[in-house]
Write a protein that binds this ligand. Structure first.
Ligand code: SF4
Length: 380
């Protein structure tokens, strides 16, 4: 007899092992449980159920560009958003819905909760993590900061609430250059964590004095310059779009470098019909639907990722699926909570980032957008 869709048994998953090496990370081995793709009938039924439950629960979907295409399309169709992590945070904070269903990885849910503590924030799987977060444990990172008290601590959003609480500034890849550049112009020396590739790119671009934590994204770290050069030779007119979490040899070959939003913008505006793209495979859905007629080719990796034999796919982003979204909307399970004592300290550098980006958007000079920031107020 078929199992009803509302039965938790329908949350069919396969568990995959992930091995990685990061010198600063105590975890050399992790895992992800990835939902089994539903058949067409289940898929349609789950989507219908989610549409109904979103209305009934006063809920809205907030999806990242890297999650399954179904979760991107459904978010947009139902009045939610699919975006990078900066816009996810802003959208969740400003939307009137009392429940946010965040499809992404855990730090995204935590950020949403810290910005909207009165709202319920649900995630399809609370164990969806990130190698940058895993590779930056608070005790070790805090000790690193203590050794360099003269430096302003800037952390990437892909970190735990505890690490954010230790930082002066939180940044995403879409605003990191502007914020570090403005801090550098004010004479700040930077302690950066956790992504070494992004940190190295920002240091090169801004000229800032940056001390880097040794973390990496297991997806972007795999892109290979030698193979990219060979692929480019096969597509001589192609433009190369690269996320700056990639190694610097790959970044050096890019025609455009930037966050997922920057990559999307570049694909729309650059005069080329073929693009080679170095970022998570989830991004190709949006690139292809927004640019019919253009060709998008995945940049070569060292071999295969945990979830995909021919491309880069984040195993933790892949933990998000339709069945998980339906399950949390039905039951209220998987509500994110953040240790209350951490919230004010972790939220302060996030609010600073949001205020800075808002001011820059409004046309304020980056220096002025730093406002009356008091150095190290987040490092208490
Ligand atoms: Fe983290 Fe990389 Fe996955 Fe993004 S793609 S969540 S940075 S492991």
């Amino acid at each position: 007899m078929p199992i009803p869709l509302s039965d938790p048994q329908r949350l069919d998953v396969q568990t995959i092992d992930i091995e990685y090496e990061q010198p600063a990370c105590p975890t050399q081995h992790a895992w992800a449980r990835v939902p089994v793709e539903p058949n067409q009938a289940d898929r349609a039924a789950l989507k219908d159920e989610i549409r109904t439950l979103l209305k009934a629960r006063d809920a809205v979907m907030v999806s990242h560009f890297y999650v399954h295409p179904d979760l991107q399309d459904l978010a947009e169709e139902t009045g939610g958003i699919v975006s990078d992590s900066l816009e996810m945070a802003r959208f969740g904070r400003d939307h009137a819905a009392q429940t946010l269903v965040v499809s992404g990885v855990r730090f995204m849910g935590e950020t949403a909760k810290m910005l909207s503590s009165e709202k319920t924030v649900l995630m399809p799987d609370l164990d969806a993590t990130c190698s940058l977060d895993l590779g930056c444990p608070i005790d070790a990172f805090s000790a690193f900061c203590d050794q360099h008290p003269d430096r302003t601590v800037v952390v990437y959003a892909n970190t735990s609430a505890a690490v954010k609480a230790r930082a002066d500034w939180v940044v995403t890849s879409s605003c990191a250059l502007d914020i570090v550049g403005a801090l550098h112009a004010q004479g700040h020396k930077i302690l950066w964590g956790p992504d070494k590739h992004l940190g190295s790119y920002i240091a090169t671009e801004t000229g800032a004095d940056m001390l880097l934590w040794e973390g990496a994204c297991i997806v972007h770290d795999e892109f290979k310059a030698f193979e990219l050069k060979a692929l480019l030779a096969q597509h001589p007119g192609a433009k190369v779009l690269v996320h700056p979490e990639s190694p610097k040899e790959v970044v050096a070959m890019a025609d455009a470098v930037g966050s997922t939003s920057t990559i999307l913008r570049a694909a729309k505006t650059m005069e080329a019909s073929t693009f080679i793209v170095a970022t998570d495979g989830g991004m190709f859905h949006k690139l292809r639907t927004e640019n019919p007629g253009k060709v998008f080719i995945e940049a070569p990796t060292s071999g295969s990722s945990a979830t995909c034999k021919s491309c880069a796919h984040c195993p933790w982003m892949a933990m998000n699926g339709l069945a998980g979204v339906a399950h949390v909307l039905r039951t209220g399970a998987n509500a994110i909570s953040v240790e209350p004592a951490l919230i004010p300290r972790a939220r302060a550098p996030i609010d600073r980032m949001l205020a800075f980006t808002q001011a820059v958007r409004a046309g304020t000079q980056a220096q002025a957008a730093l406002g009356a920031w008091v150095p190290h107020m987040g490092a208490a």
